[in-house]
Design a protein around this ligand. Structure first.
Ligand code: SAH
Length: 251
């Protein structure tokens, strides 16, 4: 017995994978995170499919209904925003289902940070600049280990992407400003790839004010780093003098 754990992508219903869409079309039960998943995705489902919003329910309730359908031999899809492997609270669902002998079959999705990068139109790694992207968050109900505090992460000077943190934009800016220049570029992307998307661009000095003016306090990502202001250098990959020995796919 299994439950398909499907990444819904960032928002735009066309940004789910082909495999994910096929499973939505076949599903008898779809349990979706109503607060984040675009309802447009549910239109792929057959009319008789049962759709359950997980947002107002407990883990036990979610698991109970998935178990009932899976045991009856039905196709069950657990639809989660972006990619399930990031901030998806998947482990607890996995454990609970396993106790009933049910395995998860994962289908990845386009994480919201990649959807947002596409909307920003910038590469997160930079030729002659940072080659590292850090994905993190500030502590909320879920704690963050002390050694992963923002000041430490920001010190590295890489591209920094923060999930689940826009409601604490003042705290984010204060911590990063201790180690990065105030003119460091920052972008906040609200509901990337949804019709109500908003993009706010600024610096550490003014982003908090701008985000508040736009009344953004949830469903947004914070991007920090010089990738938003890349140097006009070119990568080695397509350079004419890089051809001898063939173009290496790996670099
Ligand atoms: N697994 C998801 C993240 C879930 S945590 C993923 O891969 O994207 C929920 C957080 O993700 C939100 O608080 C917000 O920070 C971010 N998020 C999810 N969808 C978003 C979107 N369309 N635009 C901007 N941020 C989004």
């Amino acid at each position: 017995m299994k439950v398909y754990l499907v990444g819904a992508g960032p928002g735009d219903p066309e940004l789910i994978t082909v495999k994910g869409k096929k499973l939505l079309e076949e599903a008898d039960l779809i349990v979706y995170a109503g607060s984040l998943v675009n309802p447009g995705l549910l239109e792929y489902a057959k009319p008789e499919a049962v759709k359950v919003d997980s947002a107002p329910r407990t883990l036990e309730e979610i698991v109970e209904i998935m178990v009932e359908y899976a045991r009856a031999g039905k196709i069950v899809v657990r639809l989660q925003t972006g990619d399930p492997a990031l901030y998806g609270a998947v482990e607890e669902q996995k454990r609970a289902l396993k106790a009933y002998g049910i395995e998860l079959e994962w289908v990845p999705g386009v994480s919201s940070f990649l959807g947002a990068a596409a909307r920003l139109g910038y590469e997160l790694t930079v030729p002659d600049g940072t080659q590292t992207v850090i994905l993190s968050r500030v502590a909320g109900r879920t704690p963050v280990p002390e050694k992963e505090n923002l000041e430490e992460l920001a010190k590295i000077g890489s591209t920094l992407v923060l999930f689940l943190s826009v409601d604490k934009i003042d705290e984010v800016v204060a911590q990063i400003s201790r180690v990065r220049a105030l003119d460091t570029p920052v972008a906040v992307v609200y509901k990337a790839t949804f019709p109500e998307e908003k993009i706010v661009i600024g610096t550490l000095a003014d982003i908090a004010q701008k985000v508040k003016e736009e009344k953004i306090n949830k469903t947004a990502l914070i991007f920090v780093g010089e990738f938003l202001n890349p140097p006009p250098t070119r990568s080695k990959l397509y350079a004419p003098d890089f051809t001898h020995g063939g173009r290496r796919e790996s670099d």
